[in-house]
Design a binder for this molecule. Structure first.
Ligand code: NAD
Ligand code: ZN
Length: 364
């Protein structure tokens, strides 16, 4: 039996553990028990159509053999599933399945399922308990911090809440069925966590890129543990996003703009922020910080086989326009997370919009 590591997300009364290990989903029932969930109240599992055939039976069987009544709701895979109509459909399942105030919602899936099921848990009967079983690498990011939401057709994540899980059960063996592209995209957020906080972790990422890409389980456990640790330290200091939490947006200003102008499915989130992180390191150079930051950031992302430049057909005006909607523009100046060294960043509120345009052009 390989070792399971436990990381505490320290949020005072709402602190919770993240268990990271192998073959954990078969013990879902035991973990629920350990956390004091009574068998009398039904448990709702929300998952998607891609994940269900691989893992749903294991989770359901584990819960049933521990004596729990289980209700399941399977949604289509993909971002469009994070919607109010899906929320309503899941609430219908919860009501017909007799979920009560002592019930729990289990999110079995990636960030989409975590956000959607978490929002169901935050709002059903004004809030019931919630457990995350992440099945993507990217979800190491979304499983820490308690942000849950659905999208409106005019804006992403605009209808949401803060709702912390009781615990997170991170079974790295489930990551083996991810597509290589989803693997790389999730690793981009892991790289981001290193770049904002911890040079030693960046050193390790440089050495371990091929192990991570090949889904070596020990490397995944360590990388996810470090990524969650860094995110949880940042979130614990600034749960409601005043200042420090903004550093988690490294690469996201340009990245979100790219996602907004890209055709559907053209760029995954991690791919967009990889390009965005290269952009931020180019801006750092313009601001007078060492050019090593750019060289090392780019080389690291290339090791992870992530894109580091813009596809030629992208329109610079459209990207600049998309960034102007991102509330980060003020009188020709923009707010940017800028790397000042490897493992360190600052929030710079005075980046000339002209430099941003030049940077986007340089990325082509
Ligand atoms: P996702 O949940 O859509 O998963 C990506 C794809 O992989 C889906 O098609 C899914 O069906 C498939 N998949 C998931 N696990 C699998 C597995 N083990 N094997 C095979 N296929 C699998 O997306 P994601 O990249 O995990 O997350 C993106 C979402 O997370 C976005 O909606 C984003 O807004 C959200 N997010 C939230 C936070 C937060 O703090 N709440 C942070 C970052 C991202
Ligand atoms: Zn992100």
């Amino acid at each position: 039996m390989s070792q399971t590591v436990e990381l505490k997300v320290d949020l005072g009364e709402r602190s919770y553990p993240i268990y990271i290990g192998e073959n954990l989903i078969g013990d879902t029932g035991a973990y629920l028990n350990k956390h004091g969930f009574k068998t009398g109240s039904p448990i709702l599992i929300v998952t998607d159509e891609t994940i269900a055939p691989y893992y749903l039976d294991t989770v359901v069987n584990s819960l049933r053999s521990a004596g729990y009544t289980v209700v399941t709701h399977i949604v289509p895979a993909g971002e469009q599933t994070k919607s109010l109509s899906m929320l309503e459909a899941i609430v219908t399942t919860a009501l017909t399945g007799n979920l009560d105030r002592n019930s729990a919602v289990i999110a079995l899936g990636g960030g989409v399922i975590g956000d959607l099921a978490g929002f169901v848990a935050a709002t059903y009967m004004r809030g019931i308990r919630f457990i995350q079983i992440p099945t993507t690498i990217l979800a190491h990011d979304s499983s820490v911090g308690g942000k849950v939401a659905v999208n409106h057709k005019l804006a992403k994540n605009i209808i949401g809440a803060f709702h912390q899980p009781d615990y997170v059960l991170y079974d790295v063996t489930t990551l083996r069925t991810l597509s290589p592209r989803e693997v790389r995209s999730g690793l981009a957020e892991m790289v981001k966590h290193g770049l904002i906080w911890d040079e030693a972790f960046v050193d390790w990422l440089e050495e371990s890129a091929s192990k991570l890409l090949n889904l070596d389980l020990d490397a995944l456990k360590y990388g996810i543990h470090q990524g969650c640790r860094i995110k949880s330290v940042v979130v614990a200091e600034d749960e409601r996003e005043n200042d420090l939490r903004a550093i988690l947006n490294l690469g996201h200003t340009i990245g979100h703009a790219l996602e907004a102008v890209a055709g559907y499915g053209e760029l995954l989130h991690g791919e967009a922020i990889a390009i965005g992180m290269v952009g931020a390191s180019l801006l750092a150079q313009k601001l007078g910080y060492s050019s090593d930051i750019y060289t090392r950031t780019k080389a690291l992302l290339q090791k992870f086989e992530l894109p580091v430049s813009l596809p030629k057909h992208y329109d610079v005006d459209a990207i600049m326009e998309a960034m102007s909607h991102d509330k980060k523009f003020k009188e020709g100046k923009m707010v940017f997370v800028i790397p000042t060294a490897i493992g360190k960043v600052e929030i710079n509120r005075n980046v000339p919009a002209e430099w941003v345009r030049e940077t986007v052009e340089q990325l082509k």
